[in-house]
Design a protein around this ligand. Structure first.
Ligand code: SF4
Length: 353
């Protein structure tokens, strides 16, 4: 049995989680789960109090990707029945972003499928960012456009983009198993470029792709070393029509242990329970908020998430406060329940391309 309270003390004192300790978290027994969550919750509350950061995805461009990431419904040759379209008009992107902001999002994530943007695409995103910031000056914008070429990170930052998302997805040692059209090093290069431009780095994982415990620890320690400010943990949604369509490897308890590992390894980083939380954490989602301090509101890129109203109720019921939401009076709840537009039929394996 691991003394998770002592492990939390170690991390609160500025310690560095070892591989042995990380494996002990992943391999802890069900009878230890509450102790693990309680210890992780101390780290979460120390760094983030009772605040939950709400993010909202706007899918600017869907499907039609030439890359072959095995988990992704938008990949080359995917037979998943997703919506496919090329670049939302700026007013439509603004309209979608505004719905998420109305629902409590303090960060809007602008996502486009594909290997990476052209310079024209970067300009297009800059125009959209300008429109959103004109109406919502306090909102943070994160762009997720794929691999960046020279100068594009600087251009995005100058256009007002605050953060850049590019997930490492899995460990370096098994990256080639999930994608053959680009490398782990390509992904790290883009994260580094984003950081050097002055944008905040957002990089995370898709878990449940058949990785071993050791590979999962390798990936989370890589995110720690990359100094990613926010770490989205996606849980594989194994949809038919993708190579990983039969990979059901997670239980709610396992998903919780993975979030605990992310929290213990990176105590002061934004840990997000991201795509697939509904189908894998299931009724343990409220417990996961004691480890994660961030989530996506409503739908994912090409799939439906939990109804936004249910997300907001879960946050309120747990006594959490949404970052950026100030109640008008103590008797008046800060949360609104917007109608988030259905993105239609379709599936995706990741909240982040
Ligand atoms: S994850 Fe991104 S790059 Fe990979 S197939 Fe999906 S859309 Fe393309």
């Amino acid at each position: 049995m691991t003394d998770f309270a002592a492990l939390a003390d170690q991390q609160l004192a500025g310690g560095t989680l070892t591989a042995e300790q990380a494996l002990a978290i992943l391999r802890s027994g069900d009878e230890e789960l509450l102790d693990l969550v309680a210890a992780g919750a101390r780290l979460r509350r120390t760094h983030f109090g009772n605040r939950v950061k709400v993010n909202y995805l706007v899918n600017l461009k869907s499907g039609l990707c030439p890359e072959d990431c095995g988990y992704c419904s938008q990949r080359l040759g995917s037979e998943a029945p997703i919506l496919k379209y090329s670049w939302l008009k700026p007013d439509e992107a603004l309209s979608q972003a505004s719905q998420g902001i109305q629902g409590g999002a303090s960060r809007v994530c602008l996502v486009a499928s594909g290997r990476g943007p052209s310079d024209r695409d970067v300009e297009r995103v800059g125009d959209i960012v300008g429109k959103i910031k004109a109406d919502h000056p306090d909102v943070e914008i994160c762009a997720c456009l794929g691999l960046l070429k020279d100068g594009q990170a600087d251009a995005l930052h100058e256009a007002g983009v605050d953060a850049y998302n590019h997930n490492i997805n899995t460990s370096e040692s098994r990256y080639a198993d999930i994608c053959s059209t680009h490398t782990y090093a390509d992904r790290v290069g883009t994260i580094d470029a984003a950081k050097h431009s002055g944008m905040s780095a957002c990089s995370g994982l898709i878990v449940g792709m058949g990785e071993t415990d050791e590979e999962l620890v390798e990936a989370i320690f890589a995110l720690r070393d990359l100094d990613s400010d926010s770490i989205p943990v996606n849980f594989l949604m194994p949809f038919e029509g993708t190579p990983l369509g039969q990979d059901w490897n997670l239980t709610p308890q396992r998903a919780l242990r993975i979030l605990a590992l992310a929290r213990f390894a990176c105590p002061d980083r934004e840990v997000r329970m991201a795509g697939g939380r509904e189908m894998h954490l299931r009724t343990l989602q409220p417990m996961a908020l004691h480890l994660a301090n961030s989530l996506f509101l409503g739908d994912y890129l090409t799939s439906q998430g939990q109804a936004a109203a249910d997300d907001l109720a879960m946050i309120a019921d747990g006594g959490w406060e949404i970052v950026g939401q100030v109640p008008q009076s103590p008797d008046e709840p800060a949360l609104t329940h917007p109608v988030i537009r259905d993105r239609g039929a379709g599936t995706t394996a990741s909240a982040n391309a």
